[in-house]
Design a protein around this ligand. Sequence first.
Ligand SMILES: Cc1ncc(COP(=O)(O)O)c(C=O)c1O
Length: 381
Amino acid sequence: MKNKDYLYLDHAASTPMRKAAITEYVNAESFGFANSSGGHKLSRDSKNLLEDSREKIASLLDVAPGEIIFTSGGTEADNWTIKSLFTSTKLDENLVTSNIEHEAVLASAEWVSSLGHKVNYAKSNNEGLVEEDEFLDHVNEKTIVASLMWGNNETGVIQPISQISKALKSANESTLFHSDVVQGIISENINFHNSGIESAAISAHKIGGPKGVGAMFINNKYKLPSFFHGGKQELERRAGTVDVPGIASFAAALEEQQNKFDDEVGMMKEEREIFEDKLKNSLEVVIVGDSIDRLPHISNIQFADINSEVLLIELDLNGLGVSRGSACASGAQKPSHVLEAMNVDEKFINNHLRFSFGWSNQKGDGSKAADIVIKAVQGMK
Ligand SMILES: Cc1ncc(COP(=O)(O)O)c(C=O)c1O
């Protein structure tokens, strides 16, 4: 089967690069290949391209250019904010996060804990939602960082970020509020300042940009210590030669994503609805978070009496690419910590698959995917 005939519904894991992003990468590599920290014309060209890209991204996200620091992706941005304040603070200061975060946040939290700090985990309810009271119950006067993701990467469930950020500041004005918006930004209009987010992790490869590139948004009032030590790149906040072509390509991807946002997200919503309706009409399924706000691109489905590992292979053989949860977790073949946090009964925990729509899908994909899934599940009964 040719790749063009293969139906890809794993956009939450990664997306193909947009043509505009590839073109920009190629142009930027010939125009801005030089080291952006050098002192000659070609370095100045590269530096200008870098700063133009920063301005473009900042303007698209409605933040100041100095609030965007480029990173190698979402993982680095999560690590940076969560860990760096704990490297030079008193042991009685703590971190608050939730038990449904991405591994980039959870593993960073474990590292903070290994230093001797207390980490308080707010619990998700059975629908995958971390409720405001539950989160705030864990915050106290010693909380220096609180982190809650915008939308979950396995279930798509949207967390009450604006309400929590407001209440958090009343509980402790000096707590830095971080949000991992890596999935949220794919299909939600997010305004960091209006939502009270003070630091955020963003990844280019989830929106049609290159892999290995991303950004940290950090409110101007904070100056986090540099995480890498070396040169004075990235506003003296992140050492290392800057990937200018990758960043220019990221800016082009974000520009196209924002310009086409309503059409693309509208298509994802419609296709997901068609897909879910067809499955509900033909199979015994539970759609996670069906009755609450979910990111429009994610559909996490529990199939009665079907082992999802076997179904995943069956779908793959029939030309449909999906996933069992987060890419990192499926590689490790561990049960999903998100489903466990939601108290999904042990006997159903291996019955789930994640289908995720994205910019490269088209009209008809929802129905086509549903037909493949229905046939595969019926064949397994
Ligand atoms: C919610 C979330 N956070 C962080 C990441 C990591 O981002 P990156 O692949 O850019 O390191 C991912 C990627 O799967 C994600 O879904």
